[in-house]
Design a protein around this ligand. Structure first.
Ligand SMILES: [Zn+2]
Ligand SMILES: [Zn+2]
Length: 762
């Protein structure tokens, strides 16, 4: 019996090769009908024998393109028609309210790789091979609709062979906008550090040769330049650190096979899947002991950040006999990632010995994403290439279009439109003038790309945040300001499509509180429309403004002053201070500042407590990059140590519950005095915090009867603490939620801000 069905599919189904797949399956089953993109997703009509139409969806589910994600699929029976002869792809019906047609950049696929290695293929060894299932997308798009003239590929005219594939609905390059070959597309060349072309017909082989000789080469990739050098060559790595002005932060590594990664790091099955995924992020993996990787690649941490080759160019390079490369973002210090050829020469000419260039322009610089594992689940630490601009869906529709400005550190921003949140890629720390400039430009570019006209603008409560000031300067919009830690918890709720209320535990460096103090370890009873501060870490004084988040001696002195009160005699701790701040004068100035409360604020920051403890254990006394000291402390914490320090909970009627870590501080000082091992002290410290946060959650449950806990904030990038806390909470019958799709650090703030605005019916 002949049947006709109309099928509506939503999800990530546009720009990922969905229509050609449908076309092939329909033809294969001898069905007639059509498919087209519309504002909500994809609409299909199929007509044929009953058993064939039934097979259609099960084959589609199995054979859907790697980047596609079906969110909903609705089928209705409709009367058969007689006028059709075959199955066709129809023009898109995207008038009205188009959703994002732009998808994320994808790692080169298996099929393209094998063509690239096939001598008889016309794209043999072509560094820019791609198809509908792989290649650049977001990084090359200037405007919508996502068609070739609106991408940076517009300057390359397709040759006959490429055009034939592009136009053929049965071809796997049907409407693959960046399609190209050596005859018609972009190419690579090598230059010296002044930008002068080095004459060679083997630019890639020559690059590999330089890298083997310990040189630094800037390599243009998908989302920007990388600075590459031999990761097994300590001298080369040190030279790169010096020239890039990046003294401490771990470098990312790249190689071309899982087997090679396994020589240096422990790769779980799950990690292997993520490494091989089309998103191809950097994955943090436990270091293997005595690995041959140069020590200065990743000092003070117990992980390596590895990624696999993802651009065809990377594979061609490694095929020239390379082992492991440092592949760090092409920029100086904390400036934005560089993606333009001339700018690269100007800025990186003093860092790189040579440049492997290409002429496919990158319109949007997109950094590599970073994934690690929490509770054995993959969690994003930096959301950029491969993940952006995939939307996060919300059940409650945005009544008006929203712009959320994010936080000043690890900034991302977010647009809310219809039932989607579109978060920007990692932008960086706005205090750098160039990053701030890039932030403003990016907002404007993405606003146009996603056709958003924000009527509601959401930002942080902090009056000194540049993101706040920018948001407040936007004309004729409704402004709402959302407390930092509430936004953290809201980001977890948004990801899980929940309204709350939940018990929210937010712990991080600093966030502006509703009382003007600097918060940083908060237990909130939070839903998307409101929150109450149930408890927090006891305030301690912190002096020195911006310096307070860098110099560990400042929080240490503040904590000691809080703990010992009027009995604080700095002289008694000279043995401790000598290791941390040998300059007695400086130390006295800080003590004096605290005494007289000059440039001193009250804070409940937990991140700074980590700094203080790390410094006491002589792991360093300065954060050269955010969370350097906390990361060092985490990585020395001994496994399978169950002991912990003590803490106090202070109940005061009418006031939030207070967590007091004074006892812990005294016990740590005792342990150091007694010569206890650092790995034991670090473990007992982490264990104490996990136990304390569970006790806070229990008090909150008793008072509210809620039993779901949401965790967020930069402190929960700490795997040791987070894994232990989740385990303890579960043992105490809590349901635990945490960030997975957006970072737990400030990179997730913009999503939380946007979600709060939607919940308010804005
Ligand atoms: Zn491909
Ligand atoms: Zn061509």
């Amino acid at each position: 019996m002949v049947k006709r069905q109309r099928i509506f599919i939503t999800g990530r189904v546009q720009g990922v090769g969905f229509r050609p797949t449908i076309y092939r399956i329909a033809r294969q089953l001898g069905l007639i009908g059509f498919v087209y993109n519309d504002t909500k997703g994809v609409t299909i009509e199929i007509q044929g024998e009953n058993n064939k139409t039934a097979q259609f969806l099960s084959i589609l589910e199995k054979d859907k393109p790697p980047m596609a994600e079906i969110k909903s699929c609705e089928t209705i029976e409709i009367p058969a028609v007689r006028s059709e002869k075959e199955f066709v792809i129809k023009a898109s019906k995207t008038r009205g309210e188009p959703i994002s047609q732009v998808t994320a950049d994808m790692a080169v696929c298996k099929d393209c790789l094998s063509e690239m290695k096939n001598k008889s293929d016309f794209r043999y060894r072509y560094p820019f091979i791609n198809c509908t299932n792989c290649g650049p997308r977001y990084s090359i798009v200037k405007n919508i609709p996502y068609d070739r003239p609106n991408t940076t590929m517009s300057e390359f005219k397709m040759c006959g062979k490429c055009a034939a594939q592009y136009k053929n609905p049965a071809d796997r390059r049907f409407h693959a906008q960046p399609v190209a070959c050596a005859d018609c597309g972009p190419n690579v060349w090598l230059t010296d550090n002044k930008g002068k072309t080095i004459q060679t017909d083997k630019a890639i082989a020559e690059t590999a040769k330089m890298l083997r000789a310990g040189k630094i080469v800037a390599i243009k990739g998908v989302g920007g330049f990388h600075l590459a050098t031999d990761a097994l060559n300590e001298k080369a790595v040190k030279r790169l650190r010096l020239r890039k002005k990046r003294d401490y932060k771990p470098f990312a590594l790249m190689t071309d096979s899982i087997e090679k990664i396994k020589q240096y790091a422990i790769v779980s099955e799950q990690a292997e899947q993520i490494l091989k995924s089309p998103q191809s992020p950097i994955v943090l993996l436990p270091k293997k002991e005595n690995s041959a990787i140069a020590p200065s690649v990743a000092e003070g941490v117990n992980t390596y950040g590895f990624m696999l080759c993802y651009a065809p160019l990377h594979f061609l390079l490694f095929a020239e006999g390379l082992d492991v490369l440092v592949m760090t973002s092409g920029n100086i210090a904390d400036e934005p990632l560089i993606c333009k050829n001339d700018k690269a020469i100007e800025k990186l000419g003093s860092v790189a010995d040579a440049f492997l260039m290409h002429d496919r322009k990158i319109y949007r610089p997109v950094d590599d994403s970073i994934v690690h594992f929490v509770n054995d689940e993959p969690v994003l630490l930096r959301r950029a290439r491969g993940y952006v601009p995939s939307p996060i869906f919300t059940e409650k529709k945005c009544q008006q279009e929203i712009f959320a400005a994010g936080s000043d550190l690890k900034n991302t921003f977010c647009f809310g439109k219809n039932n989607q949140f579109i978060c920007s890629e990692h932008i960086g720390d706005l205090e750098d003038a160039e990053v701030y400039h890039h932030y403003i430009e990016s907002i404007e570019h993405l606003r146009k790309l996603f056709e958003v006209e924000p009527k509601v603008v959401v930002c942080d409560l902090h009056p000194a945040y540049l993101s706040t000031q920018y948001a407040l300067s936007m004309p004729s919009v409704k402004i709402i300001q959302v407390q930092h830690h509430w936004a953290h918890i809201a980001s977890v709720l948004a990801e899980h499509n929940l309204k709350g209320p939940v018990i929210g535990i937010a712990a991080d460096g600093t966030g502006y509180g509703t009382d003007g103090a600097i918060w940083g370890c908060e237990c909130l009873i939070a839903s998307l429309d409101t929150f109450k501060r149930f408890g927090h870490l006891t305030y301690y004084p912190l002096c020195g403004g911006d310096k307070a988040s860098k110099e560990a001696v400042r929080p240490l002195l503040g904590l000691l002053k809080k703990t010992y009160g009027d009995n604080f005699r700095p002289k008694k701790f000279n043995w401790l201070f000598e290791k941390i701040e040998p300059d007695r004068n400086r130390l006295n100035i800080i003590i004096d500042q605290l005494e007289k409360q000059i440039n001193t604020i009250e804070t409940s920051s937990l991140g700074r407590v980590f700094d203080a403890v790390a410094a006491m254990l002589e792991l360093g006394s300065f954060n050269h990059f955010e969370a350097q000291l906390p990361m060092a402390l985490e990585s020395i914490a001994g496994e399978s140590i169950e002991e912990r320090y003590d803490f106090g909970l202070i109940h005061n009627t009418g006031k939030p519950l207070q967590l007091d870590l004074g006892i812990m501080l005294k016990q740590i000082i005792d342990d150091i005095h007694k010569g206890a091992k650092n790995k034991i002290i670090a473990a007992k410290f982490h264990n104490c915090l996990a136990a304390a946060l569970v006790e806070m959650a229990k008090c909150a449950r008793e008072s509210t009867k809620l039993d779901t806990v949401a965790l967020s904030g930069g402190v929960f990038c700490n795997r040791y603490l987070t894994n232990r806390l989740i385990k303890l909470l579960k043992e105490n019958d809590f349901t635990v939620l945490f960030n997975r799709d957006v970072p737990a650090n400030d990179g997730g703030i913009s999503l939380g801000q946007a979600a709060v605005a939607v919940a308010r019916g804005l």
